[in-house]
Design a protein around this ligand. Structure first.
Ligand code: PEP
Ligand code: MN
Length: 348
């Protein structure tokens, strides 16, 4: 439930609303906006008597949020959330952010080379898994903390920000120590103890859509993060499992405009995991930008054929540079641009 204040409501009137909500036994979350202030009532169990709030001075209207998710909804917050990162970079604003790098950090030379090449082509954020959730226990599981150190080294050298995955609650803190953005992978979208821990990590979270998750389920997982106190959340469409085995997953492009109408959170697309096929990544990345994605995340490996994971869907650096040129044109055609790498960047 949202208590919308009159334009020009006084701080005292807002305080009275907060106090009334608290006296009813709920949490109040005041949200100053450009047009007006709203006060969210958190924890509505369906027993709230809204007349106790509607009659207070300065209250314009009471909005009931009908969706099961509340704080992530557009009703709750009309203005888009802009996730602000170091170096002036932000996700969810006018510019499309490109995240690129290998599936996994494999060695110092591999991640540094990947970082230099994606940086030279214009990416703003480096990706690379240090802790890898693998379908088979015999597959490469990642370098762990050593992988995090190598990512930090790549950031130091290139100035790129870093996104990397936390795969369990106890691993969140160490990932948060090194990463600019904590990734929660598709397999963990509904790992609720991981979500609760990530909500407290003090870093933005990139939440990937589960392998067979509905958009409502994705938004409810995001709600865990907001309810836990972290509003810096970026959604990611990465394909869902369908019946056709021709591609690794089915890229649900509609999720992008749908998310934009249902939530204020930004949404990016991952055409690499969505397709699983190298020569399908560029067309789907183009489509994602055209559909209004706030960013794209693309797997790029200095030598894809040597990759320890996901080589078949990884672009080589020249292909990635080509994608960047195309993405710039498409972004420009819809009145957007591609975000520059963070400022204060050392020259690569
Ligand atoms: C990844 O981005 O490295 C990854 C494992 O992706 P997903 O969780 O979408 O499968
Ligand atoms: Mn991968």
């Amino acid at each position: 439930m949202l208590v919308v204040m009159e334009h020009g409501a006084s701080p005292e009137q807002i305080r009275q609303v907060v106090e009334r909500i608290e006296s009813l036994g709920y949490q109040a979350r005041p949200m100053p906006g450009k047009q007006r202030t709203a006060v969210g009532l958190v924890g509505n169990d369906g027993c709230v008597d809204s007349s106790r709030l509607a009659a207070l001075p300065g209250v314009k209207e009471i909005i009931h949020v009908p969706q099961p998710y509340k704080q992530v909804s557009r009703e709750w917050q009309e203005e888009p959330t802009v996730v602000r990162l170091a170096g002036g970079l932000s996700i969810g604003g006018k510019e499309v952010v490109v995240i690129a790098g290998p599936c996994a950090v494999e060695s110092e030379s591999q991640i540094l080379e990947a970082a230099r090449r994606v940086r030279a082509a214009g990416a703003a954020v480096l990706r690379g898994g240090a802790f890898k959730p693998r379908t088979s226990p015999y597959s490469f599981q990642g370098l762990g903390v050593e992988g995090l150190r190598l990512l930090a080294k790549a950031r130091e050298e290139t100035g790129l920000l870093v996104v990397t995955e936390a795969i369990d609650p106890d691993g969140v803190d160490i990932v948060a120590e090194y990463a600019d953005i904590i990734q929660i992978g598709a397999r963990n979208m509904q790992n609720f103890s991981l979500l609760k821990r990530a909500a407290q990590a003090g870093k933005p979270v990139l939440l990937k859509r589960g392998i067979a998750a509905t958009i409502t389920e994705l938004l409810l997982s995001a709600e865990y993060l907001l309810a836990g106190g972290n509003e810096q959340v970026i959604l990611c469409e990465r394909g869902i499992r369908g019946f056709d085995t021709m591609t690794r997953n089915v890229f649900d492009l509609t999720a992008i405009p749908l998310a934009h109408s249902l939530t204020h959170l930004p949404i990016i697309a991952d055409p690499s995991h969505a397709t699983g096929i190298r020569n399908k990544v560029i067309p789907m990345a183009r489509a994602a930008v055209a559909a209004g994605a706030d960013g794209i995340m693309v797997e790029v490996h200095p030598s894809p054929d040597m990759a320890l994971s996901d080589g078949a869907q990884s672009l080589d650096p020249a292909q990635f540079a080509d994608l960047m040129r195309q993405a710039r044109q498409i972004a420009a055609a819809i009145g957007r641009g591609i975000a520059d790498p963070p400022s204060g960047l050392v020259s690569a």
